[in-house]
Each structure stands twice: as C-alpha cells, then as structure tokens.
Design a protein around this ligand. Structure first.
Ligand code: GDP
Ligand code: MG
Length: 690
C-alpha cells in the first residue's frame, strides 16, 4: 500500500484535488477550516494507492485541534509521499509551509494550484526555478479545471514506489542555527527514526510544546543562539524561513503588475458603507427567489401537482378503493405516507434553488467576504468574525456547521459559536418557512428573508448577551483571514454541491420522515374510545392528541397551544422538515390551526429552539461535556420561547388590543433584554467596582 498525503494551507484546493483524484465527494468550501478531519480515499485507477485529504495548516507548529490532526498524520502515519498543494496566487505564504514539509524527511511533490487564476492575473511562475530552490518536483495544476492533475498524481506515485533514502534539503538556516540543530540532533536518542532527526531537532530548537518536553539538555544551546540574535528561537526560525522565501521568490515568479480583478470587486463589496447593505440585499434576494418566487413557481409546477390532493394521493385512493383495499390501509398510504412524505418532498424544488444560490455564493468567494465584513461588525460587540464561518456552513446543515467551530482556538468563543450556530435556518427548516409563508401569508415577499435575518439577529443578540457574562468574558481573539480570489464556479462544482445537499434531503424523506409519518398516522388514527383501543373517528381522541395535550399548555402563551402544533414541534426535534410532514398528515390546510400571527410565532420558535437530534449530537460531541450541552440546548429553547412570546403577545396587543398577564411578561422580557444588551461588560464592571 502506498499513501499520498495532501498537505497545504487552508483553502488552497486540497479537497477539490482529493475529490478529483479519488472520485469522492467531500465538502469543498471557499474558506479555511472546512476539512477538520483526515479523510482517506483510493486513487482512481490505482488499487494500491491511498490518498489522504488533511485539514489545512500554515505551519507544522499547530495551534488548533485540526492543525494537530494534520501534523500528526504527516509525522506519525509516515505517508510515502507528501503532495504539497500551493495556492499559486499566494506563493509567499504557501511556500512557508513547503520549507517545513521538506524537512520532515518524506519526498515532497509540489503542485502549484489555481494556475487558471495565476494566468488570468498575467503572472508567470517558473517551475524549474522552484524545483531547484526547494529540491522537489513541481507541477502547475488547476484542481478546478482538472489540468495537470493526472500528471502530478502519477509523479507522486512513481516517487513513492521508487523512493529510497532521505531526500536532500535545499534551503538552510544561518550557520549558527544550523550548528545548533546539528548538535541537538546528535543528542537525540539512537532509537529516533533517522528519517525525522532533523525535523525533531528543529522542533526542539523551536521549543515546540508537543515535542520538546523531554529534552531539557538542549536549553543551553538554544539560549546561546537566542542571545546572539536577541530573539526567541521560534521567531528566529520563522524569520529565516521567510528570508529564504523572499530571497528566491523573484526568480520563481514574474508579476504582471495588473490590479487583479478580485481587488477591484472587493473595493465595492467590502467597502465600509456598502458591504452590509449589499449583503442584506443579496441574502434577501436568495431567500426571496428560492422560497417565494422561483422556487415556489417550480414546486407549483412539479411537486405540488404530484403530491397535492389532486395528484398521487387521489390516484392511489382510486386505485386502492377499486381493488377493495381495507380502508385503514388506504388511509395509511394516502394520508399517512403520501401526505407526510409527499409534504416534505414537495419542497425539493425550493431546496434545490436555495442550494444552487448558496453553493454559487460560497464557491465564487463571496461568502468568505461575509465573514470578513461580519468581523468588522462583530468586533464592535466583542465578538470575533471567526464565529461566522460555522454559521455560513450552517445555512446548509447545522451538523457540519457545528463541527467547523473546531477551528476556533479560544474555548469560550468556540462554545458561544456552538450555542448560536443553529439559529441560522438550515436547509431542513426551509420547508417550514415556505409552508408558513405560502399558507398563512399568501406568499408575502418578506416572510422568508425575515426568517434568515431573525436568525442572524438572534446570533448577534445572543453573542452580545453571553459575552457580557462572567463565563464568556475576555478578549476577542484576532481574526486573520485570507480572502480567496474570486472565480467563476464551474457548473460541475455548483451542481455537485447542490446535488449532495438536496439528495441527502430526499434520502431523509425516504427514511426518517417515512417512518415518522407512519408513526404519526398511526398515533393520530388510533386511540382509546369508550374504553376500547382502536381506530378513532376524531383525531382529538387519538393517542397523539393525548400526548400533545400534555404539553400544549406550555405553548399557549406563544399562540400555538394546540396538540397538533405541540406534536409538530416535538417531532421537529427528530428532523425539522418533519414539522411539515406532521402537518401534511394532520391538516388538510394549516390555516385550520393557525392564523398569521400564531403561525409566525410558531415559525420563529421552531427556527430558534433546540435543533434536530443529529445537530444536538454534534453539539454534544463538540462541547464534550454534558453540562455545556445542556446549557446550549437549554439556552436555545429559552431564547426561542422568549422571542416567540414577545412576538405573539405584542402582536396581539397591536392588532386587537388584547392585554393579559402574558403581555406583562413580554414587556418584562424586553426590559431584561435591553438591560443585558446595554450593561457594561464583565471586565469593566470589575474595574468600576474596585
Ligand atoms: P481546501 O481548504 O484546501 O480543502 O480547499 P477546497 O478544496 O475546499 O477549495 C477551496 C476553494 O478553492 C474552492 O472554492 C474551490 O472552488 C477553489 N479552487 C480549488 N482549486 C482551484 C483551482 O484550481 N482554480 C480555482 N480558480 N479555484 C480553485
Ligand atoms: Mg478541505
């Protein structure tokens, strides 16, 4: 077996190359921190070659958990060859890692990626020069367009097959540092793999916390060098690496001197005043188009006809009646399965349209700008823009969104991000939004976008409130983000991302939603009546109504205290689209159970409360603590409850002048909220007290 490890900076195209090489379909996102675990796959056409996609790293001195994953893989798993992917539009930063990869003692193949963009900018990269300076073979590739990919993989396999001995290292440090490293490596115990001796010696010199604990003898050597340069050893090494890169980069690359198109676009899109309005407009457009106009037009055209009362259900009903099928079975098939699963499937066109837009925005590079723009806004409230990446990922599905919080080193910020990520409407919540917008608001233009912005507002408000508490107080960590160059996504990549997400939606409809629909049908048609268990004529006597009646009182102040809405909310915890499924089974039309105000309150509650079990599982894994998991879920439910209560009670007050005890609660909540928002942060409070 031969192992090829793909290593490179975040967002240089590793996963895209991995997908091309192995024919897999891993998530490609246009920002750092998408891949948080090592993924292995088999190279196409070569049975005995394994390719590993690693999380992005800037150096071999890791700071975040996923960087540790990548480094451990490279050093401990001993791949036969490292394929170093380099973003050709950013050679300086990417080559810094290359100098370190070459030291590990494993053959390196360099692949200068994004060559399409380099060429568009008019720059020229001299491959021979790079090969010479770094001592490894070097290729130009475009993972996006597929150019050069095969040739490069072939060379890597060839190198792995023929490899014998340690490849020579071409760059070196100053004499003083070199001799220190030499000394240290002589002190290493004999058992140390020769392959890695220089690597370990350099790490010990840098006082790497994951390596150097066991080598106190080297301190005096390191101290001498530090004294000479009047700097700490880690900076000395970093400085000399950069010096080396700058010394050779002019020979390796000729710049055209044109302003890259990306910079021109960014001048407008990330402009201080225009950036937020543009973002709001774009997201407004996306939700408006996918839910209200284009998406609903397509679903009216295709799926509503298919799954509506006149479609499949009628056909099945006629057919089953004609063959004298038992009435209960007819009802199970038409009301239960077609009603429930069909209700969920009828939103597939909307889901597809939404994901096409989101994939496009993400892939072209716009979404990365959002994290950057949001950082400027967030910073004012003591939050970091880093928290926004998981939220952007979460617009597809909350599970990978929560997982990508791993890139946040600061534990408080990470927890806060995990708590708030699922406030953003994910794909599965879209049907709920769409159903409410079309059935209760006559497809009003503002309902769907308002759901998205309610999510964002909740994240910001929660962020501010939590940040001011003692537990979450502290400095905001800096947010450094490389903005990728804009590029026109290929049809293939947009299609692939859209297909992937939509297909998992359809799959869920065929499995979880199918089972849940059967269960809902059964529980809503059977119950105790006259002391006997059996099919009931009125759903109000069913087991489901019985269960719903237990909890519905909790939701009364929010305006949807019916057993149907309670059951839908509970089953929404299984999967959010099941809310639509439940209504499909229980109602002919949901306006039987809601008016516009209670419907909106219901929508907001279900958008903000605890997410589905899959996402709750992700929260538990990432929090790695039962206490914090409970806190997160508790906070989400509590927050959702407060917001919905205010919406419903104040809505009632304004619309019909109703004033009740709950109205007072609503005002109290708002007062408390304002207090939490404007009070001083914990740190400042302490200072004033003293
Ligand atoms: P990773 O973080 O290194 O795994 O990077 P990804 O594979 O997720 O890709 C990051 C972004 O770079 C995506 O938006 C890709 O579409 C884009 N990308 C990858 N390879 C190329 C390329 O050769 N040319 C261009 N223009 N874009 C690319
Ligand atoms: Mg990746």
């Amino acid at each position: 077996m031969i192992k090829i490890a793909l290593a490179g900076n975040p967002n240089c195209g590793k996963t895209m190359l991995f997908n091309a090489l192995t024919d897999s379909n891993q998530y490609v996102g246009n920002w750092a921190g998408v891949t948080v675990e090592a993924k292995e796959g088999r190279l196409k056409d070569e049975k005995d070659v394994i390719v590993a996609d690693l999380p992005g790293i800037y150096s071999l001195s890791p700071y975040t958990p996923e960087e540790v994953v990548a480094r451990n893989y490279l050093v401990n798993e001993e791949p036969d060859v490292i394929l170093n992917i380099i973003d050709g539009t950013n050679l300086e930063r990417n080559l810094y890692l290359t100098t370190q990869l070459c030291e590990i003692g494993i053959p390196v193949v360099m692949a200068i990626n994004m060559i399409d963009l380099v060429k568009k900018n008019g720059d020229i990269i001299n491959l021979e020069e790079i090969s010479e300076h770094f001592g490894c073979v070097c290729f130009e590739i475009s993972a996006l367009k597929g150019t050069g990919v095969k040739k490069c993989a072939k060379k890597a396999v060839e190198l792995a097959r023929t490899n014998k001995g340690i490849p020579p290292i071409h760059h070196s440090f100053d004499d003083r540092v070199e001799s220190a490293i030499h000394f240290i490596s002589a002190m290493l115990p004999d058992g140390t793999d020769m392959l890695h001796k220089r690597y370990y010696a350099t790490k010990i010199f840098e006082r790497d916390r994951l390596v150097s604990d066991n080598f106190p003898d080297c301190e005096s050597i390191i101290k001498d060098v530090e004294k000479y340069y009047d700097d700490d050893s880690e900076s000395i090494i970093a400085d000399q690496r950069y010096k080396y890169i700058t010394s050779c980069i002019d020979e390796c690359r000729t710049k055209s001197g044109k302003t890259p198109i990306s910079e021109k676009i960014d001048a407008v899109v990330t402009n201080k005043y225009l950036s937020l309005p543009i973002f709001v407009l774009i997201m407004f457009g996306v939700y408006y188009l996918s839910v209200t106009t284009l998406g609903s037009y397509l679903s009216d055209l295709i799926t509503q006809k298919l799954f509506g009362a006149e479609g499949l259900a009628l056909l099945a009903d006629n057919f089953l009646t004609s063959i004298n099928c038992a009435p209960w079975l007819t009802s199970l098939i038409t009301d239960g399965i077609i009603g429930g699963v069909g209700a969920v499937l009828s939103f597939v066109p909307q889901i597809i349209v939404l994901f096409i837009f989101l994939s496009f925005l993400e892939d072209c590079g716009y979404m990365s700008r959002i994290a950057f723009i949001m950082d400027r806004l967030f910073r004012k409230f003591g939050l970091s823009g880093k928290s926004f990446i998981p939220i952007l990922v979460g617009t597809g599905c909350g599970v990978p969104g929560i997982m990508s919080s791993r890139t946040i080193e600061n534990v408080n910020e990470r927890r806060m991000t995990i708590i708030t990520t699922t406030f953003i409407p994910c794909g599965a919540k879209l049907p709920v939004i769409s159903l409410i917008a079309s059935s209760l608001f006559g497809g009003a233009w503002w309902v769907a976008p308002s759901a998205y912005f309610t999510g964002i507002a909740s994240i910001i408000i929660s962020g501010i409130i939590l940040k001011k508490t003692r537990i979450f107080s502290g400095d905001v960590s800096p947010f450094v983000m490389e903005l990728p160059s804009y590029h026109m996504p290929t049809l293939k990549s947009v299609f692939r991302a859209t297909w992937d997400r939509s297909w998992s939606y359809v799959k869920k409809a065929g499995t979880i939603i199918f089972l849940a629909s059967c269960a809902v049908w059964f529980l809503s048609n059977f119950g105790f009546y006259d002391g006997k268990f059996g099919m009931v004529q009125y759903m109000d006597n069913s087991v489901l109504a019985y269960i719903g009646n237990f909890v519905h009182i909790i939701f009364s102040p929010l305006g949807f205290g019916t057993w149907q809405a309670s059951v839908a909310t509970l089953l929404g915890l299984v999967a959010k689209e099941e809310i639509v499924g439940v209504f499909g089974v229980l109602y002919g039309n949901i306006s039987e159970g809601f008016n516009a105000l209670s419907g909106y309150s219901f929508l907001v509650f279900n958008l903000l409360c605890a997410p589905c079990v899959a996402a709750m599982g992700a929260i538990r894994r990432e929090m790695n603590s039962p206490k914090w998991t409970l806190f997160a879920i508790g906070y989400q439910c509590f927050f959702a409850y407060c917001v919905s209560l205010c919406i419903y009670q104040l809505g009632l007050l304004f619309v019909s002048g109703d004033f009740a005890i709950s109205t007072i609660f609503a005002f109290l909540i708002i007062a408390a909220l304002i207090f939490m928002l404007i009070r001083k942060p914990y740190n400042n409070r302490k200072i004033t007290k003293r």
